[in-house]
Ligand binder design. Structure first.
Ligand code: NI
Length: 193
C-alpha cells in the first residue's frame, strides 16, 4: 500500500503542470455540470496543458480514475482516464472528442463521481462499447471494450453531454437520494471557493 501511494504520487508529480497547480473540481449543484461541451476542432498547446492539469487533478484525489473537462469548468470535449492508477507502468488515456459508435449488452455496476462525493449507486448501462476519439497528437483511434474501461468511458462521455450518473436512476431511486443530494449541494456548491 505504501508503495502504491508512492507510485501514485509519482504519477501526480509527473502530470503536474509547470506551475504545479491543479483544478478545483466542480461539485454537484454547479450548473456547469449540466452543460454540453463543444467539440475540439484544433488541438492546441492549451489542450495539452489542460490535459496535464486534469490528470494531476484526478491523481490528487485518491479514488479518481476518470475526469471530464466539464468537471473542471472547461466546456471542451476532453477526458482523462486511468483505471489502473495504482500501476506505475500503466499510462493514462487522454481522449479528444470521444464518441460512442456502437453499444451492446447490459451490465449493472456501482458508480461514483468526483463531483458527487460520498454517493454511490448501481447504474445499468450497455456492457460493450466501441468508441472513436483522437489522441492529444491528433491521431484517430478506436477503442473497443467491455470491462471497467467501457464503464468509465460512458460515465465521462456523459459528463461532456451534461449528464450525471444519477440521471440514469429511476425517479423513485432519485427521490430516495434527494436529501443526501441536497446535503452534498449545500456542503460543496454553496460555499464560495
Ligand atoms: Ni463523474
Amino acid at each position: 500500500m505504501a508503495d502504491n501511494l508512492k507510485e501514485e504520487n509519482r504519477k501526480l508529480e509527473f502530470h503536474l503542470s509547470e506551475d504545479g497547480e491543479i483544478y478545483s473540481i466542480r461539485m454537484y449543484g454547479d450548473p456547469v455540470l449540466h452543460q454540453q461541451a463543444l467539440p475540439i476542432e484544433e488541438i492546441t498547446e492549451k489542450d495539452h496543458q489542460v490535459a496535464r492539469r486534469m490528470l494531476a487533478t484526478m491523481y490528487s484525489n485518491p479514488i479518481g480514475i476518470g475526469l471530464a473537462a466539464t468537471q473542471v469548468g472547461i466546456l471542451r470535449r476532453l477526458v482523462v482516464i486511468d483505471i489502473d492508477r495504482d500501476d506505475p507502468d500503466n499510462a493514462p488515456i487522454i481522449l479528444i472528442n470521444p464518441e460512442i459508435l456502437e453499444q451492446e449488452g447490459e451490465s449493472v455496476i456501482e458508480e461514483g463521481c468526483l463531483s458527487i462525493p460520498e454517493l454511490k449507486a448501481e447504474i445499468k448501462r450497455p456492457e460493450k462499447i466501441i468508441v472513436s476519439a483522437r489522441t492529444l497528437d491528433g491521431e484517430e483511434i478506436i477503442i473497443e471494450d467491455e470491462s471497467l474501461l467501457a464503464r468509465v468511458l460512458q460515465h465521462e462521455i456523459d459528463h461532456l453531454n451534461g449528464i450525471l450518473f444519477i440521471d440514469h436512476l429511476s425517479r423513485k431511486k432519485q427521490k430516495r437520494l434527494k436529501s443526501k443530494l441536497r446535503q452534498i449541494r449545500q456542503e460543496y456548491a454553496e460555499i464560495p471557493a
